[in-house]
Design a protein around this ligand. Structure first.
Ligand code: EPZ
Length: 420
């Protein structure tokens, strides 16, 4: 049954919101739990549809999984399979993250090529090159990947930083015999979180957060306990919402340093930000100005996932801002929908020019991907009148309790079932 989020915009936000655990940290950590023949407890793990898809995969593989709100217990001692069926792979394209852990634990893995997604082609050549470098034999057979082999540690040099490939290589390397050195590794905070979880299993991993990660593989592993970091992109979304709608909010539960590039753009556009411990305060009065060109980049650069919500915030204002999307080929699908609300944004390949307009108006719009959907919510909060947002299956992949959290900040937001 289709639903829609209805937002009556044009009112300032006020209050405090605590950010839930990071989707992009929880997913690799749930895969990593497979490596240890024991029970692991993972806290602050939001029950998002992508997380639930991962739990379905763990159960299919033979693990016992208990979920109580945002606490998940995985007992991987009963792991009995190494194949992930096509249907489960299609539920979530980042399921490829299970490859390294399943191969490392069982010596084989069978899964389908993850489909492309709304952001354009999502190649996994860097993942496969890393697995092959560790001695894995990977055969592609009509859309299915069949991998086998004992793994031996060695130096791996990534031709470009890739979050998923770095994580897959880390998980395979934990099970490989000997030392693995990952060069030109991605430096995202979620990779540091994965390292910290692996250490609770007894693995020897160091260097995450830098371009060189060193794993001493083959250690005996046991279940661990871990609390997932706060979601920096969800935090960026709430800050963008307050920037767009005006008002004053405090965002807690996330490491402020993880949002430095996002806060810098919001400050340049006229917001007043300050940090108190792990709380970020943002105040926004009146229309936003523009900012210097925003180039998305691997961490610690400006995060591609924050590009859509930040663009939505800058759409209402008096300035002009240039965005250049260097990470994904097709990450401007929210622009047409923002234009329905009165935004003036021109797109040419990877470049988008946002010309701030004095006001946005509510409209019926549809999300085409997760962060594009977040952009529509941000714009609807700033727009005069009512907006109706559909395509909620995208939003539900990455935002837990979104409507309740926004109502807690004074927004007029409800989710309604649509008559078919
Ligand atoms: C992770 O995706 C995140 N997903 C993405 O978040 C995020 O946008 C992305 O990192 C960049 O930060 C998860 O963590 C589950 P990459 P990932 O490998 O690992 C190319 C969201 O909204 N590439 O760092 O897939 C790739 O096409 C999602 O939460 C190859 O060419 O990203 C892209 O252009 C969206 N070959 C670039 O590298 C490969 O083998 C960076 O991708 C792998 C990637």
């Amino acid at each position: 049954m289709k639903s829609a989020i209805l937002i009556k915009g044009g009112r300032p936000l006020a209050g405090t919101v605590k950010v839930h655990g990071a989707k992009n940290s929880a997913l690799p950590i749930l895969a990593a739990a497979l490596l240890a023949p024991g029970k692991s407890v993972i806290r602050n793990c939001p029950p998002l549809s992508d997380v639930n898809a991962s739990l379905d995969i763990l159960r299919h593989l033979g693990c016992t999984v208990e979920q109580d709100g945002d606490v998940i217990a995985v007992d991987a001692s009963t792991l009995s399979r190494w194949d992930i069926p096509d249907g489960l792979m299609r539920e979530m394209r980042s399921s490829v993250i299970f490859l390294g852990a399943v191969l490392g634990r069982t010596g084989q893995a069978e899964l389908s090529f993850p489909g492309g997604c709304e952001l354009g082609p999502r190649p996994i050549d860097l993942h496969l090159a890393a697995i092959r470098a560790l001695g894995g034999v990977v055969r592609e057979d009509g859309g299915r990947l069949r991998c086998a082999g004992g793994l031996t540690g060695r130096e791996i040099i990534f031709t470009r930083p890739s979050v998923g490939a770095t994580e897959n290589a880390m998980l395979a390397a934990v099970a490989a015999s000997g030392t693995t050195i990952l060069c030109n590794a991605a430096r995202e905070p979620e990779i540091v979180d994965l390292q910290n979880f692996l250490r609770t299993l007894g693995a020897s991993v160091r260097g995450a957060g830098t371009s060189m990660v060193v794993i001493e593989g083959g250690k005996p592993l046991h279940g661990g306990e871990y609390t997932v970091m706060g979601d920096r992109i969800v935090a960026a979304t709430y800050l963008a919402a307050a920037a767009a709608a005006g008002g004053e909010i405090a965002v807690s539960g996330v490491t402020p340093g993880h949002l430095a590039t996002v806060c810098a753009v919001l400050a340049e556009a006229g917001c007043v930000l300050r940090q108190e411990g792990d709380v970020i305060h943002l105040a926004s009065q009146g229309p936003l100005g523009g900012a210097k060109p925003v180039h998305t980049a691997p961490y610690p650069g400006f995060p591609t996932d924050a590009q859509p919500p930040l663009m939505a915030a800058l759409a209402r204002g008096t300035g002009i801002t240039l965005f250049v999307e260097h990470i994904f080929d097709s990450r401007y699908r929210h622009v047409d929908e923002l234009s329905r609300m009165g935004a003036d944004i021109r797109v040419e390949s990877r470049v988008a020019v946002v010309c701030g307009v004095p006001r946005l108006h509510g409209a019926a719009v549809e999300a085409a991907d997760l962060r594009g959907g977040a952009a529509l919510v941000v714009a609807a909060l700033a727009a005069e009148g009512e907006s109706r947002i559909t395509g909620l299956k995208h939003l539900d992949r990455g935002y837990w309790n979104l409507e309740e959290s926004l109502r807690g900040l004074g927004a007029e937001v409800v989710r309604r079932r649509l008559d078919s």
